[in-house]
Design a binder for this molecule. Structure first.
Ligand SMILES: NC(=O)C1=CN([C@@H]2O[C@H](COP(=O)(O)OP(=O)(O)OC[C@H]3O[C@@H](n4cnc5c(N)ncnc54)[C@H](O)[C@@H]3O)[C@@H](O)[C@H]2O)C=CC1
Ligand SMILES: O=C([O-])C1=[NH+]CCC1
Length: 314
């Protein structure tokens, strides 16, 4: 007897079954808490394997995870390449494979790019809910790529900022961003101009050297640091790292993969999952950094959401 053929869910299907990042917030909060609960949480997730493709300035990441609570088993394959200016190919491409955990059969192959964009933004929204200052009014986004759009969408839905600012290395992409999203966005000519006075900052660039400097920060600001996922890459300078309370998605990953954490030698205060569980405090009155590297378990719960909706015929 052979297993039923795996379903293929292309990006349109994934989008249809996962139309808003916020749909994933409850299951992501549970997954983050389970991840930070050790063996009791039932999450098995090794630090991802990353294969450098040096000749072409690219990387292949392999991200497997199993969640006993969700009874879901996946692996994501994600490539990330430094953007060539004239490239029509996205810098990040991904697929997620969903297996039947009872027998190892492949149940589905799905586009992973939308999942990556939305689950990352949803995790940042969770961190922001806990860590942003009580009277946050100004949101600043540094970068204008895929993650900038997904973060904007969920942040505008979940919070009520009075002002949104964007800066991008290539200004025309920041202008394009401001023209294509629903609400008003102020395009800034420098990162410094965008950051000064901001309450919540999202760094979503492919920078390998700092683009955010501590001297610009408003005390009490909250930063979601999403890029710089290699041990020798930075988005934040030492002053940001040393003068903030540092939260991470995974301690183990941060100490292996994050240049911002490794090179600054900043002390990790807590995993976000510990804050969700209530075993470590959120300190929204302090200047805080959430250093996100992206976890396989986030893809697992997203793939389950998509597959369950698809198989129910929604
Ligand atoms: N933490 C997580 O879970 C995840 C993190 N990421 C990371 O988020 C970042 C953004 O990803 P996407 O939006 O998908 O990429 P993208 O290629 O769509 O956008 C990248 C943006 O960075 C800008 N940029 C490129 N080089 C730069 C430099 N040297 N200095 C300043 N800006 C620069 C580009 O102009 C563009 O606006 C990347 O670093 C990516 O690896 C991506 C997926 C998940
Ligand atoms: O979690 C993820 O998929 C990634 N993090 C950095 C590059 C891709």
């Amino acid at each position: 007897m052979s297993a039923a053929p795996a379903a293929f869910l292309a990006s349109e299907a994934v989008e249809r079954h996962f139309p808003r990042a916020s749909l994933l917030i409850p299951s992501l909060e549970a997954a983050l808490a389970n991840f930070s609960s050790g063996a009791e949480g039932g999450v098995v997730q090794p630090v991802r394997t990353v294969v450098p493709v040096q000749k072409y300035n690219g990387f292949l990441g392999v991200m497997p995870a199993y969640s006993a609570m969700d009874d879901a088993l996946t692996t994501k394959l994600v490539t990330f390449y430094e953007h060539k200016k004239d490239s029509s190919v996205p810098s990040h491409q991904a697929i997620v494979l969903l297996f039947d955990p009872r027998n190892g059969s492949l149940k589905a192959i799905m586009d992973g790019s939308i999942i990556t964009a939305k689950r990352t933004a949803a995790v940042s929204a969770i961190a922001t809910k806990f860590l942003m200052p009580a009277d946050a009014e100004v949101l600043c986004i540094l970068g204008a790529g895929v993650q900038a759009y997904s973060h904007y969408e969920v942040f505008i839905e979940q919070f009520s900022f009075k002002e949104v600012r964007i800066w991008n290395r290539t200004k025309e992409n920041a202008v394009k961003f401001a023209r294509s999203v629903m609400g008003p966005v102020q395009v800034c000519s420098s990162a410094q101009e965008a950051v000064i006075g901001a309450d919540v900052i999202v760094t979503v660039t492919m920078a390998t050297m700092p683009i955010l400097f501590g001297e610009w920060l408003k005390p009490g600001a909250h930063i979601n640091a999403i890029g710089a996922s290699r041990p020798d890459w930075r988005e934040l300078d030492d002053e940001v790292m040393k003068n903030s309370v540092l939260y991470v998605d995974s301690r183990e990953a941060a100490l292996n993969e994050s240049g911002d954490v490794i090179l600054s030698r900043a002390e990790i205060f807590a995993e976000l999952g510990e804050v969700v569980k209530g075993t470590k405090p959120a300190l929204p009155e302090k200047t805080t950094v959430f250093k996100s590297l992206g976890m396989a378990i986030e893809d697992t719960v997203a793939a389950k959401l998509v597959y369950d909706s698809w198989s129910a015929g929604n």
